[in-house]
Design a protein around this ligand. Structure first.
Ligand code: ARG
Length: 287
């Protein structure tokens, strides 16, 4: 006779099957990386930055994606735009449609048109944003739905603009902790397949109302600790199986392994001086 107790135990502990799907990314080499202005609490102009180290760390990330079989395009870095390495902020691309970024701070505003031009030059249909938004820094696709951050950078008016443009549901989430000023520093999309949605997030980075929205939508979510979040561990990149995570996000690494992901620590400590990690350097192109 089958021992039902044992059977249910096996089911409960077996990790969900994880599947990698091929990705197409856009990245920007940090050839001009430095911290020459301060627009988030991580940035300190008086601290020295090591550009060679930034490039080396970025190259490890780039090579990691290539090793996993993903396609990575590169945009030319522009002198005088030290944050251009944070390609995730450059646009939002879904169904081959490019919704341009419109940056909040003047220091980064020239980046919007440069990214938009790259997409236009490569045959994409682009839509110039009327409203302030910082691309995938604040706009993340989970299943068929966009989660869209606001509070520090992206204007909620852009959430409506995005919904009108794409015909997709856009869920507004309010960020409340200045250290986690972009949605991709507070929440990470681990599985974006419709019907298999899985996210990790740090609840305290969100307003109580937004915490309630997240809890209702993602009862299964991985809860990231304060230490994970402070290491910018949630600025992770997942292809559905492999996940790049900041080495210092110890609890998150363990939680992801337990959920069946292959965790690949990649150090991005030099880029952290600008307030970014792996995800910030990675813009996903969904054609
Ligand atoms: N220094 C940049 C800024 O404050 C960092 C951007 C990080 N990017 C991101 N996707 N979170 O705008």
């Amino acid at each position: 006779m089958t021992d039902l107790t044992q059977l249910s135990e096996v089911t409960a502990t077996s990790p969900t099957e994880r599947t990698a799907t091929p990705r197409h990314y856009l990245m920007c080499r940090p050839d001009h990386f430095t911290v020459s202005y301060e627009i988030n609490p991580w940035m300190d102009k008086t601290r020295l930055t090591d550009r060679d180290l930034a490039v080396a760390q970025w190259e490890t990330l780039y090579e990691t994606y290539l090793a996993w079989g993903h396609t990575v395009d590169l945009i030319d870095p522009a002198p005088g735009l030290p944050d251009m390495v944070f390609a995730a902020n450059g646009a939002t691309v879904v169904d081959g449609l490019v919704y341009s970024a419109k940056f909040r701070y003047p220091e980064r505003q020239p980046e919007g048109p440069l990214y938009e031009k790259w997409f236009a030059d490569h045959g994409y249909m682009t839509q110039t944003a009327a409203e302030v938004n910082e691309g995938e820094g604040d706009i993340l696709l989970v299943g068929d739905t966009f989660l869209a951050g606001t509070g520090f950078r992206t204007d909620p008016a852009s959430h409506g603009e995005l919904a009108r443009l794409t015909g997709r549901e856009v869920v507004t989430l309010e960020l409340v902790d200045p250290r986690f000023y972009h949605l991709d520093t507070a929440l990470s999309v681990l599985d974006s397949r419709p019907g298999h949605e899985l996210v990790a997030y740090h609840p305290q980075a969100f307003s109580p109302a937004s915490q309630a929205v997240l809890a209702e939508r993602y009862p299964d979510a991985v809860m990231a600790t304060e230490a994970d979040a402070v290491a910018l561990g949630l600025n992770a990149v997942s292809d559905g199986l492999h996940v790049v995570v900041a080495p210092a996000a110890v609890d998150l690494k363990a939680a992801l392994t337990e959920r069946g992901f292959e965790v690949h620590p990649v150090a991005t400590t030099e880029l952290l001086k600008g307030g970014g990690g792996a995800k910030c350097c990675t813009l996903e192109i969904r054609s």
